[in-house]
Design a protein around this ligand. Structure first.
Ligand code: NAP
Ligand code: ZN
Ligand code: ZN
Length: 351
């Protein structure tokens, strides 16, 4: 075992504080990564505060991890010491079920091992995430970074916000000619706008924050709709083919479903702590609309997404923070005061 340092929540109502723990030594197939940057996902906050009622404490969040390989096991083939590497939300899975064999480890039938808050396979030991100085992961679950090294911090959020939006956009075959709605301009939403635009779609951004209009247009939206304005919502009736809804709080789905054309689909990726009000069945039935969900993405697709983003010059818009500013960052995230992803500079943890 080797000494690791990070930041952890010890309970739902305590701020995150410095935390010392241990990582395993790299086994034959493992890669050790010195973590340079870690993005701050709203799921980190949900977990640290036990909003999904499943948190194992102490909880070290962070699943948008980028860094440099500092050690490898003797059977590792895909990485060498000094390589840049990324870790997303998944660090292991059963590798045998139909979902794992299909490369959809996020739907592993026995449950994938989360980068944090995931019991290690065959046991109950908690996993600790990227708000830390190093991590050890089987190379099968480690991503290659092809962006320029000077973009590394802004690549980190692709490991969750990027793949969580890319995967449903790809699954529902968004492309040139698609009219796509993106709901919520936060970490996930701003990536959805950039990726849908790069796929060739016409993007309509739905926001509760009028002051995000200019940014949304700059990021690639063609239209911006303030979702609290019934007239602006009515003007979009039956116009969209597909909607990706990233909102982290319960809200009225009917007003959004009503903007879907016949056979349109709204996919929910936001994961609020309490349910949305149930949608009106007639709104779905009378235009054969679908309401769907989607979880992150598999390892192969995450690699594909990273390469797609590198080719299209896509990274996240980030605000770099110190590790000890994490509790303040959570409060700002709750107020929607982040443009558009906090990324922790892990050098500040050592300092
Ligand atoms: P975020 O940066 O906080 O963005 C969420 C956005 O939702 C906000 O910027 C805001 O956008 C909008 N919003 C917030 N509260 C709202 C309210 N009460 N009513 C309407 N809109 C509201 O969060 P994130 O990191 O993008 O994560 C979003 C959600 O996705 C979280 O629940 C997270 O846990 C979940 N998630 C799911 C997956 C998955 O696999 N499905 C993966 C990662 C994250 P506007 O200001 O534009 O309205
Ligand atoms: Zn996440
Ligand atoms: Zn599996």
């Amino acid at each position: 075992m080797s000494a690791a340092h990070g930041y952890a929540a010890q309970s739902a109502d305590q701020p995150l504080t410095a935390f010392a723990f241990e990582r395993r030594e790299p086994g034959p197939h493992d890669v050790r990564i010195e973590i340079l940057y870690c993005g701050v996902c709203h799921s980190d906050l949900h977990t640290a505060r036990n909003e999904w009622h499943n948190t194992l404490y102490p909880s070290v969040p962070g699943h948008e991890i980028v860094g440099r390989v500092s050690a490898i096991g003797n059977a590792v083939k895909g990485f060498k010491v000094g390589d840049l590497a990324g870790i997303g939300c998944i660090v292991d899975s059963c590798r045998e079920c139909a979902s794992c064999r299909a490369g959809d480890e996020q739907y592993c039938e026995t449950g994938f091992t989360g980068t944090y808050n995931g019991s290690i396979f065959g046991g109950t030991e908690n996993t600790y995430g990227g708000y830390s100085d190093q991590i050890v992961v089987d190379e099968k679950y480690v991503l290659h970074i092809t962006h320029d090294e000077d973009q590394l911090a802004a690549v980190a959020p692709l490991l969750c916000a990027g793949i969580t939006t890319y995967s449903p956009l790809a699954h529902w075959k968004v492309g040139p000619g698609s009219k796509v709605g993106v709901v919520g301009l936060g970490g996930l939403g701003h990536m959805a706008v950039k990726i849908a635009k790069a796929m060739g779609a016409y993007v309509v951004l739905f926001t509760t924050s009028e002051n995000k209009r200019e940014d949304a247009l700059r990021l690639g939206a063609s239209e911006v709709v303030v979702s609290r304005d019934p007239d602006q919502m009515a003007a979009q009736a039956a116009k969209l083919d597909f909607i990706i809804n990233t909102v982290a709080a319960p809200h009225d789905l009917d007003a959004l479903l009503n903007t879907l054309a016949r056979d349109g689909t709204m996919v929910l990726v936001g994961a609020p702590a309490t349910p949305h009000p149930s949608p009106n069945v007639f709104g779905l039935m009378l235009k054969r609309r679908s309401l769907a969900g989607s979880a992150i993405g598999g390892i192969r697709e995450t690699q594909e997404m990273l390469e797609f983003c590198a080719r299209h010059g896509i990274v996240s818009d980030i605000e770099m923070i110190r590790m000890d500013a994490i509790n303040d960052a959570y409060e700002r995230m709750l107020k929607g005061d982040v443009k558009y992803r906090f990324v922790i500079d892990m050098a500040t943890l050592k300092a």
